[in-house]
Design a protein around this ligand. Structure first.
Ligand SMILES: C[S@@+](CC[C@H](N)C(=O)[O-])C[C@H]1O[C@@H](n2cnc3c(N)ncnc32)[C@H](O)[C@@H]1O
Length: 313
């Protein structure tokens, strides 16, 4: 029964997708455009209703809590890869030393190298803007990193910001490292080393405006991290049909297929608006594997994805 229903829905879906094939409008002066980027009041009241259970790791946001482990790994891996160890007193040969050297030796080489990268990063003391921070799952994790000086989390849902503030206040180590504000992106001043926009673009009707504002808030060499969902049948099937309607592990009404954005559209938008000013550091497909959590994979055009884009000189 499920199968025939899915097949008949699939035809309608393809027609729907064809009608909504372009998510990015032509963007002239994005910096003067409203940073709410067309987020509807329905979207915001949906997140308001979820705010009280935001930090329940078995509650409405459990998939975000699980996803957070994967995205923190992704962020740290990409930031670490940008560091160059110049004063290495450990010589790392160009061949695959892990296979060539005895395990005990290559393990020590790795540890020393990792420590040098950690020291370099720690000296940087980076500033972070978390756009659409919700109840602060990612903002808190970022603020705990030793190489992060300060995180600002902004969101348009007041109740989410309240929950974020209350939750952060229970950890004294976050004192002075994290602040939250109900604020639209176009009202944010200053520049940041890292801008994060996680699971948020698929909730606005003008993702291009959000991207432009995020880009304008980045320091040179800074990195924009984002994660969102490809528009397509697989995303509808997994994220809306299965997760929301069948299993109920994501609250019903959280997602709308027409608001999903293909990874390729994000890349094309950067090519069009900021050609030669950016470098895609990393792009990975991501998926939830029951009993295992969120994992990365190489198919970036289907389902969820995560991306790191560096602002060049
Ligand atoms: C699915 S939640 C993601 C929360 C958080 N980024 C995370 O991944 O843990 C989406 C959040 O985006 C916020 N949001 C939607 N449109 C926004 C906008 N234009 N500006 C700021 N926040 C927005 C919502 O209020 C909601 O808290």
């Amino acid at each position: 029964m499920w199968r025939s229903r899915v097949v008949s829905v699939s035809g309608a879906l393809h027609r729907h997708l064809a009608r909504n094939s372009v998510r990015f409008h032509s963007l002239k002066a994005a910096s003067s455009l409203d940073g709410s980027a067309g987020t509807s009041s329905d979207e915001l009241s949906h997140f308001k209703s979820l705010a009280p259970s935001w930090w329940d790791t078995e509650g409405s946001q459990r998939l975000l809590h699980q996803m957070n482990l994967m995205r923190m790994d992704f962020i740290q891996r990409n930031l670490r890869a940008l560091e160059t160890v110049e004063d290495a007193d450990t010589f790392i040969p160009g061949y695959n030393y892990q296979e060539f050297l005895p395990k005990s030796v290559s393990k020590i080489v790795n540890q020393e190298w990792d420590q040098k990268v950690s020291d370099l990063l720690k000296k940087k003391q980076l500033s972070v803007l978390d756009v659409g921070c919700g109840g602060g799952i990612l903002s808190e994790s970022m603020a705990r990193l030793p190489f992060v000086k300060h995180v600002r989390g902004i969101d348009l849902t007041e109740d989410c910001i309240l929950i974020a503030q209350v939750h952060a206040s229970s950890d004294p180590s976050l004192n002075g490292k994290l602040d939250y504000k109900v604020e639209s992106l176009d009202k944010v001043h200053g520049k940041f080393d890292i801008v994060g926009c996680f699971e948020m673009l698929e909730h606005v009707s003008r993702p291009d405006i959000i991207l432009e504002h995020c880009w304008n808030r980045l320091n040179q060499d800074g990195v924009l991290f984002l994660s969102t969902i490809n528009r397509g049948f697989v995303s509808w099937f997994t994220t809306i049909f299965v997760a929301e309607n069948v299993l109920g592990i994501v609250p019903r009404g959280t997602h709308q297929l027409k608001k999903f954005i293909k990874a390729q559209e994000v890349v094309e938008w950067f090519n069009k608006k900021h050609a030669k000013e950016f470098k895609i550091l990393d792009l990975k497909g991501t998926m939830f594997v029951p009993m295992n959590g969120w994992v990365e994979h190489d198919c970036t055009s289907v389902g969820n994805y995560i991306m790191a884009i560096q602002k060049l000189h």
